[in-house]
Design a protein around this ligand. Sequence first.
Ligand SMILES: *Cc1c(COP(=O)(O)O)cnc(C)c1O
Length: 297
Amino acid sequence: MALSSFISCLTPVSALTPQALPAWQGPGRVDVLRLDQLHPLISGNKAFKLSGWLERFESGGYQRLLSFGGPWSNHLHALSGLAQSLGLPVTAIVRGYEHLPLTPTLEDCRDRGMQLVFASKKDYARRDDPDWQQALAEEYQALVIPEGGQGRAGEKGLAALAPLTEDYDEVWLAAGTGTTARGLAMHLRPGQTLVAVNAVADQGALRRRWQLLDWPCQWRLLDDYHGGGFGRCGPGLLQLIEHCDGEGLPLDPVYTAKLLAALHGEQQAGRLTHARRLLIHTGGLQGRRGVPGLTHP
Ligand SMILES: *Cc1c(COP(=O)(O)O)cnc(C)c1O
């Protein structure tokens, strides 16, 4: 089997069906696509981005995969699951220090066979430096995947989800690097709108990058729902997560809770039209273990 057809053998995308958002009062309708339910080891949008990178791995003659992430990284978590499922060696450059206790995320990664190499904050800051990436590629004989699986290869992996967006006027999702949003947008039509909720307080950096690109569809980037910055989960967000737990929609604290906060915020501000909306639940539920009081459902 070609590695690149890996995603289709995990869960046929056709088996994923969007479900109506519980208790939605309008305007319009909201369906949720639960990518958190994709696979027990490889959750959410990361599976799609990584499938794009696997295609490159196959064509390259590499010995292993290598990527970067912080101690709660959904990307490293998914990558470790993928590498284990396929029997591929994998190395992670982790922001942190060896002598500190591992987070549950990194424990999972280690238990799945991922080699963890710790980098100080200062070294880790060089993760996008092509010289360092080249040196790592040579040292480990590895395909170097950028943090979060970003890049053109990552975007291409989103093509598999395109058929599920066809019947909607708007496609909503949370954005970090914006790779998933951009990859999905490439398959939308001029009459459709991509709505991305920025999980990062980035002072307009993502917006400026996007303004330079050609888009086949309309897009909106909501910059006011980061809740204090990346990885911040204040009391309001926590309350929303607990509320949604009660409705059977588990959210993660870093991304999808902000997506729902944005939907409700825009609804209350009267800025929603009578549209058919698809919300993409991008997964990340493992990260709930980093928030006191929440468990991994
Ligand atoms: C990584 C991640 C995102 C952000 O994806 P980008 O492609 O970097 O924008 C969104 N949601 C979850 C749950 C994630 O883990």
